[in-house]
Design a protein around this ligand. Structure first.
Ligand code: ADE
Ligand code: ZN
Length: 336
């Protein structure tokens, strides 16, 4: 392990942008395929990995939704969650706020309860095993219509005391946040937090819509906000947390090279950027690797890495006392 790798692994951090279905490694995908007698269109783990060459978001989503088809039982979801938390704990993650896409599962006939109960069981077991706390965020698929999102929110009702908020993901361009204004208002009325992917491939206007029409508490990605100076200034003034995903951006061709990644510029502009892994099984690295590869390519110093970790706790949905405890641990660790 290099000095940088050891520094990053020890750095207390939260992960705020992680699609749990995107943590399904090919090995587990094959195991679940065998367990559930589901044929995969690949002969080997190597063949699966070789298929993970994407030129944009949609390329990735097509294969990602197909992979999720092996998830059939609560145990499958719990096993996937535990596999993620084993990796996250090794990466110095103290708290994670994880997305799941219920429609990916209900649309292929699974009851809402299977994904929800399985994930919640995995999260509880992971806290007992590793001491890593977590919260669950229900994402609406934006390529589907708002009525389907409303039906999902309704199906989620029995679990809403264990779901911290709603998000918006899947194919961005052509599916602006405005399409989901009413369902986000309903979720807000129910006391749920609100987050949305915006400005990953979509224009700055989508970020404005997420702020003004969805009333988001946190912005997922947000890279393209930097194309609009007034928007950037507004995000800084509002202290909006951005959950940025360097290796995802590289794999989905949102950036051409990590050395040109916008995070250093975001920090200069006083944006509350954080580093996250998005879909680590598909993008070649968990959260610590995102810190390490970005630090190397974009020449981030240790103070910048500590700032990014601090932003991750400050931007979390933890109670203030919990945030303060993590921030104290981080301060003690970084001055030790
Ligand atoms: N679903 C999983 N990963 C995603 C991403 N990076 N953007 C949009 N939807 C997603
Ligand atoms: Zn994402």
């Amino acid at each position: 392990m290099t000095d940088l790798e050891a520094f990053v692994a020890g750095l207390p951090k939260a992960e705020l942008h992680l699609h749990i279905e995107g943590s399904l490694e090919p090995e587990l995908m094959f195991e679940l395929g065998r367990r559930n007698r589901i044929d995969l269109p690949f002969k080997s783990v190597e063949e699966v990995r070789a298929a993970y060459a994407f030129s944009n978001l949609q390329d990735f989503l097509d294969i990602y939704y197909q992979g999720a088809g092996v998830l059939q039982t609560e145990q499958d979801f719990a096993d996937m969650a535990m596999a993620y938390f084993d990796r996250a704990a090794a990466d110095g993650v103290r708290h994670a706020e994880i997305f799941f896409d219920p429609q990916t599962h209900t649309d292929r006939g699974l009851p809402f309860s299977v994904a929800a109960e399985g994930l919640l069981a995995g999260m509880k077991a992971a806290e007992a095993k590793h001491g890593v706390t977590s919260k669950l965020i229900l994402c609406f698929l934006r390529h589907l219509d708002e009525d389907a999102a409303f039906a999902t929110l309704k199906a989620a009702e029995p679990w809403l005391d264990r779901i911290v908020g709603v998000g918006l993901d899947s194919s961005e361009v052509g599916h602006p946040p405005s399409k989901f204004a009413r369902v986000f208002a309903a979720a807000g009325d129910m006391g749920l937090k609100r987050v949305a992917h915006a400005g990953e491939e979509g224009p700055p206007e989508y970020v404005r819509e997420a702020l003004d029409l969805l009333h988001i508490d946190r912005l997922d990605h947000g890279n393209r906000s930097l194309e609009d100076e007034a928007l950037t200034a507004r995000l800084a003034a509002e202290g909006m947390t951005l959950t940025v995903c360097p290796l995802s951006n590289l794999k989905l061709c949102v950036v051409d090279d990590l050395k040109n990644h916008p995070i250093p510029r975001m920090l200069e502009l006083d944006l509350k950027a954080t580093i996250n892994s998005d879909d680590p099984a598909y993008f070649g690295g968990y959260v610590a690797q995102n810190y390490v590869e970005l630090a190397r390519a974009a020449d981030l110093d240790r103070d910048a890495l500590v700032t990014l970790a601090r932003n991750s706790f400050e931007g979390s949905f933890l109670a203030e006392a919990e945030k303060a405890r993590h921030l104290r641990d981080l301060a003690n660790w970084s001055t030790a």
